[in-house]
Write a protein that binds this ligand. Structure first.
Ligand code: ATP
Ligand code: PMV
Length: 477
């Protein structure tokens, strides 16, 4: 097997998201949503698997060391007739749950790479190891488990907690783990296997490739139900987002089918045509309308409510109501859209006094949409809590973000220790009084999207002696 000089050791991270305003309406291309990236990131480390001389491995191993039984091994082969690279999960020993998001992403990304880098068609892919490390706020921490991840010899162990459960039993906090993992895994594979002239995350072209490919993989894994705002913010960070036409993906053959590889590469490169002969990717990702930073002294924080919400059925019910009541729906959707635009404007213009009235307006309209459609977008329990929370000194506004429901709540508040202490005290008291568990997470709104990380910070996760990482680390800067 030929050694590819490009099989670099890399770490890429992508942020979680919070859709502050525009839930439901952003599913319709006529409208847009205001999404912020979060400081909680999912990191993926990609490295070669060291093998002894003469030993040839042909697999990709993915590990998520913060969870039990979270190791997946994949084999891959070239499918005939341009079907791309077909990936299959290999099982040995204890059966492992399939990880649909990871398997689909590897399938799409290897197929893309084989298409754009012709050397791969002849030499194939060397074995690689991918390690997924999620910032702790993605999951509620079980009270009984506070043990650090893996062995204490890992310097980054405290930073990436072991959750003491399988992924299936983990309690997500709703920060968009699937979009962040699909995005960081896509970028890590691209950066590991491709030379820099074909993929460089620091360039606009690199970000476009990452965005288009991650959207396609995420949509496929998710069953094409989302607007894609979460992948857009995982790549670009905070933005005003208008979705792409759903028809864009409809002509792509399924992985393994004849013509899949070339069709995927053309779609990612945006060489296919959409409506009226325009490029197929018609999404709009506007960072200028949101501003490069939050107003000084203002933070977006998240409260973990530790309950789940069934987003898919909520979307279905809202759409049923909209289809049955088009005139009323148009009016509510237009109202929400004007609040989306106003909120983006007050944040961009650093108009701190303007935040409270606009956010109240967002809540009122979303509550109305929920009541009309019979969907608990801002359920009474959340309404009561947010009303009380907004009375805490330093809180500027709050909202049940995204699809709403019983998941996390977002709070826009003064970014100082006194306000944080007051909010924490309020949530402690509220939890006690209501017999629930609500807590302020460490995560904050952050405008940056996917980025290459310093490999040196992840040295303890590198297999072998880490010397390759040291060399790459120097090269990368
Ligand atoms: N740390 C991880 N390691 C491996 N896979 C993960 C990890 N975190 C999430 N995933 C993948 O993402 C899936 C969760 O995606 P799902 O869309 O249900 O949640 P989400 O994106 O966090 O939802 P929300 O938008 O409500 O925040 C998991 O089933 C798994 O496939
Ligand atoms: C309801 C919807 O508009 C937002 C869902 O957001 P979240 O997953 O609850 O953060 C769906 C979507 O845009 O994909």
């Amino acid at each position: 097997m030929t050694h590819h000089r490009d099989d670099r050791t890399v770490v890429v991270s992508a942020p979680g998201k919070v859709l502050l305003a525009g839930g439901y309406i952003v599913l319709d291309r006529k409208h847009s949503g205001l999404v912020f990236g979060l400081s909680a990131r999912i990191h993926v480390l990609a490295q070669k698997i060291p093998t002894s001389a003469g030993v040839h491995l042909s697999e990709i191993v993915v590990q998520s060391p913060q969870f039990l039984n979270a190791n997946w091994r994949y084999g891959y082969r070239l499918a005939p007739d341009g079907g791309g690279i077909k990936v299959t999960q290999l099982q040995s020993g204890t059966p492992v749950d399939a990880n649909h998001f990871i398997e689909t992403t590897i399938n799409y990304v290897l197929s893309y790479i084989a298409e754009v880098d012709q050397r791969r068609a002849t030499h194939g892919f060397e074995a690689s190891s991918l390690i997924v490390l999620a910032d702790n706020d993605y999951y509620s921490t079980p009270q009984e488990s506070s043990s650090p991840s893996s062995s204490d010899s890992h310097t980054s162990a405290a930073r990436f907690r072991h959750f003491g459960t399988t992924l299936r039993d983990a309690h997500k906090t709703g920060l968009g783990s699937s979009a962040a993992i699909v995005t960081s895994l896509t970028a890590a594979l691209l950066a590991h296997y491709l030379p820099r002239d074909l993929f460089d995350l620091s360039t606009p072209q690199g970000k476009r490739i990452l965005h288009n490919l991650a959207q396609v993989a995420h949509c496929s894994a998710q069953g094409k139900i989302g607007s894609g705002f979460d992948v857009a913010s995982a790549v670009y960070g905070s933005c005003l987002y208008r979705r792409f036409s759903p028809a864009l993906l409809s002509r792509l053959p399924a992985p393994g089918e004849p013509g899949f590889g070339p069709a995927l590469a053309a779609l990612v490169a945006d060489e296919t045509e959409g409506a009226k002969g325009r490029p197929a990717w018609d999404c709009e990702i506007d960072k200028d309308k949101v501003g490069a930073r939050l107003p000084p002294g203002v933070a977006i924080r998240m409260c973990d409510v530790d309950c789940g919400t069934a987003t898919v059925s909520m979307v279905k019910k809202v759409h049923e109501w909209r289809d049955a009541n088009p005139a009323a729906a148009d009016e509510v959707y237009a109202g929400v859209q004007s609040k989306v635009d106003e909120l983006a404007a007050v944040l961009r213009d650093r108009n701190v006094a303007g935040i409270t009235p606009v956010m109240r307006g967002v809540r009122e309209l979303m509550r109305g949409l929920g009541k009309s459609s019979g969907v608990p977008i801002e359920p009474e329990s959340q309404e009561e809590m947010l009303d009380a929370l907004e009375k805490v000194e330093g809180v500027l506004g709050s909202v049940v973000p995204g699809a709403g429901g019983y998941d996390a709540a977002a709070v826009v508040m003064r970014d100082d220790e006194e306000t944080e202490a007051r909010v924490k005290a309020f949530l402690d008291e509220w939890s006690l009084r209501k017999g629930i568990r609500v807590r302020l997470m460490d995560v904050k709104g952050d405008t940056e999207g996917a980025r290459m990380e310093d490999v040196g910070e992840f040295r303890s996760w590198i297999q072998g002696d880490g010397s390759q990482a040291k060399a790459e680390d120097k090269k990368g800067r």
